[in-house]
Design a protein around this ligand. Structure first.
Ligand SMILES: Nc1ncnc2c1ncn2[C@@H]1O[C@H](COP(=O)(O)OP(=O)(O)OP(=O)(O)O)[C@@H](O)[C@H]1O
Length: 229
């Protein structure tokens, strides 16, 4: 589903952000990506989204060769991915329903289908009763649920979450992680970049630890490794 072979990414300045990374993720896995600030996690996510191209190496996601993919095929490729960020990135002047429906309008789903799909996905994330609310009327946890609904409504095969609990209190963080786990149990491959040590240690999932652009550990049912530096 996701393969990175000897992937390096150097920016114009500084040491390479990624340096010879090999990573294989199978369909249906739940993987945490952890590591100190600057270890290369965001760079990895950007490469998987094809926002960046590697300096060296090969990346294949869902059968798409991300080094050689033609520009006009990138939007089609990205339909396979749902993305969630730390800061939610909702449309502030649109209500919950519109925020989720927007993702379907972009891919030109017929209105009839949108009217069926949006309430269904809002029920999945536990927000069926809040479809008319504006983002500012929601808690941080609820806003993140809207963002997750928006990421899922087009039924992506892979969900990428970049620090999804970074702005949430512990209770909401747990609820969001449990929701991501449930989404994974329903068949979606889930990658979560996080600094949340307690949750990583408790959830007993695969943990890939990055340090200075390399993978220093990759463990099934792993934990958060403390940096001794
Ligand atoms: N656009 C850029 N130009 C130059 N260097 C960059 C750029 N983006 C990131 N870097 C550098 O690449 C390295 C890896 O950064 P990256 O953002 O991938 O780390 P990260 O693990 O996601 O960090 P954080 O946890 O703080 O988000 C860092 O040294 C960073 O300074």
């Amino acid at each position: 589903m996701i393969t990175m072979n000897h992937v390096s990414k150097a920016y114009a300045t500084g040491a390479p952000a990624l340096n010879g990374v090999d990573l294989h993720i199978k369909k249906g896995e739940f993987v945490f990506i952890v590591g100190d600030s600057g270890s290369g996690k965001s760079t990895m996510i950007k490469l998987l989204l094809r926002e960046l191209v590697p300096t060296e190496g090969e990346i294949n996601v869902m059968g798409y060769d991300l080094v050689r993919i033609r520009h006009r095929k990138i939007p089609m490729f990205r339909r396979n991915l749902g993305i969630v960020f730390q800061d939610f990135r909702l449309l502030k002047d649109r209500n919950v329903y519109e925020n989720v429906a927007f993702a379907q309008r972009i891919i030109q789903k017929p209105t009839k289908e949108i009217k069926r799909n949006v309430p269904s996905i809002l029920a999945t994330v536990g927000l069926a009763g809040k479809y008319k609310a504006k983002p500012r009327q929601l808690s941080g946890g609820e806003q993140q649920r809207v963002a997750i609904a928006r990421a899922l409504v087009n039924r992506p095969s892979i969900l990428l979450a970049d620090e999804p609990t970074g702005n949430l209190d512990p209770k909401n963080s747990w609820e969001i992680m449990k929701l991501l786990e449930q989404i994974n149990e329903n068949g979606t491959t889930v990658l979560v970049v996080t600094h949340n040590r307690e949750i990583v240690n408790a959830m007993q999932k695969r943990v890939v630890t990055m340090k200075k652009g390399v993978i220093v550990s990759d463990e099934e049912k792993g934990g958060y490794i403390d940096d001794e530096d």
